[in-house]
Design a protein around this ligand. Structure first.
Ligand SMILES: NC(=O)C1=CN([C@@H]2O[C@H](COP(=O)(O)OP(=O)(O)OC[C@H]3O[C@@H](n4cnc5c(N)ncnc54)[C@H](OP(=O)(O)O)[C@@H]3O)[C@@H](O)[C@H]2O)C=CC1
Ligand SMILES: CC(=O)[C@@H](O)[C@H](O)COP(=O)(O)O
Ligand SMILES: [Mn+2]
Length: 386
């Protein structure tokens, strides 16, 4: 899911290296129909889905012209059917944002192996996703580099932390492109500046999240649900080189870390091949060339989104979904040039203040909460920021 994106492309690179072992049997995209058709020519999937229904005929035309037997469909419901259907046993959830929630839940419910990159889904709906996994009986493997690292440093992947003797989880953060800068220097930041991540080439939404440190905030909530760690047990450490992808501290004083070059193919190969390992095409780590690894505290006064995410995690219920919705509205407005960089955190805080969280009950309620939070954020943006 999300085959045309940064994660989708990295995953297809790994898959193409192991034709005897993996097959991309379903491919989906949102609007990039020519790119999806090109992937169909290359990977010859059983099914291709374009979320934008207006583009289905263009997809069909290209598939037919190439003489492929790939079936084509479109729309949000087709994404869910593709994730739940018989054409695949593993689903890489790599759609960006809340748009990936329902297909991720559907994959979990039907017992697929779910490789989770779409962190917004677990932030919004952690308990619903864990319930769906229990019902389906499949596995959940974290793809997000930090969570993949933690998974690798824990015995048995996702154990009971107390029984495993885990004291803390240390999530590393690069600090983003504006590490070390103070608020007055961030007033006139452009989208291209915010998307120029120092270590990773990623989609524009997650790149902005890294620049505001909301990415790390979403990852704190993601770690809470994936590993059963409390907010107090999850600490963020800024590590500018992005070589240590995260660490687990045990109560005997041992700290285990996973290291590697910043290349998502490592995490994707691990998730695809688990419990084995396969070549990911990633260059070996050259410690002598690196020479040093640095660590510093996160600047919570400048990058206020991280504190807002901890607030949402502690509030629980639907509050993380409200945080996520407000962030998606704010980041989209920033990328369109209609909201200043520093107003992203202000808009999220104002939305959290305007909409109290509730106990999380089910998907229908969550969809309504998400919609309402987006409406609050849009209204606040119109009246206070534009
Ligand atoms: N990039 C990275 O290194 C990492 C990403 N992640 C997470 O993985 C997810 C994907 O990120 P990334 O690959 O960078 O994002 P990209 O923007 O590069 O790709 C997003 C993908 O989702 C598709 N998509 C977007 N909107 C919709 C929609 N409404 N319905 C269906 N499909 C949609 C896009 O299709 P189209 O191309 O047609 O627009 C594209 O295939 C995010 O949740 C991100 O936080 C996590 C860790 C690392
Ligand atoms: C590659 C990956 O997992 C991203 O989520 C990455 O972590 C972004 O880097 P920072 O958020 O640490 O800047
Ligand atoms: Mn990450």
């Amino acid at each position: 899911m999300g085959a045309t994106g940064s994660i989708g492309s990295a995953a297809l690179d790994v898959i193409a290296r192991h034709p005897q072992r993996f097959r991309a049997s379903v491919l989906t995209a949102n609007t990039q129909v020519n790119e999806l058709a090109e992937l169909c020519r290359r990977f010859e999937p059983e099914l291709a889905v374009i979320a934008d229904a207006k583009l289905e005929s263009a997809l069909r035309t290209q598939i037919e012209a190439a003489g492929l037997r790939t079936r084509a469909s479109s729309g949000a419901a087709a994404l869910v059917e593709a994730a739940a259907g018989d054409d695949c046993d593993t689903v890489l959830a790599a759609i960006v944002g809340a748009a990936g929630l329902e297909s991720t839940l559907a994959a979990a419910r039907t017992g697929k192996r779910v490789l989770l990159a779409n962190k917004e889904a677990i932030v919004m709906a952690g308990p619903l996703l864990l319930d769906a996994l229990r019902i389906g009986g499949g596995d959940l493997l974290p793809v997000d580099s930090e969570h993949n690292a933690i998974f690798q440093c824990l015995p048995g992947g996702r154990p009971d932390l107390a029984r495993a003797g885990v004291r803390r989880i240390l999530l590393t953060a690069s600090g983003g492109p504006f590490r070390g800068k103070k608020r007055p220097e961030l007033a006139t930041i452009t989208p291209d500046q915010a998307c120029a991540h120092p270590n990773w080439r990623m989609g524009r939404k997650i790149s902005v999240d890294s620049a505001t440190l909301m990415n790390k905030g979403l990852e704190v909530i993601e770690a809470h649900w994936l590993f059963g760690a409390s907010a107090a047990q999850i600490e963020v450490v800024v590590h500018p080189q992005s070589i240590i992808h995260s660490l687990v501290e045990y109560n005997d004083g041992s700290v285990l870390a996973q290291l590697g070059n910043p290349d998502m193919r490592t995490a994707l190969a691990y998730a695809l091949a688990w419990p084995g390992r396969v070549d990911a095409g990633v260059a070996p780590l050259d410690l002598l060339a690196l020479a040093r690894l640095d660590f510093e505290a996160a600047d919570l006064d400048t990058f206020r989104c991280l504190g807002l995410a901890y607030r949402a995690l502690q509030a629980g219920g639907t509050t993380p979904a409200i945080l996520n919705a407000a962030n998606e509205v704010a980041v989209a407005a920033f990328l369109q040039g209609s909201l200043p960089f520093l107003a992203i955190a202000e808009l999220i805080e104002a939305t959290l203040d305007a909409q109290p969280g509730e106990t999380l009950v089910n998907l229908g309620q969550l969809v309504y909460v998400d919609l309402t939070a987006r409406q609050h954020a849009q209204r606040i943006m119109r009246t206070s920021f534009c």
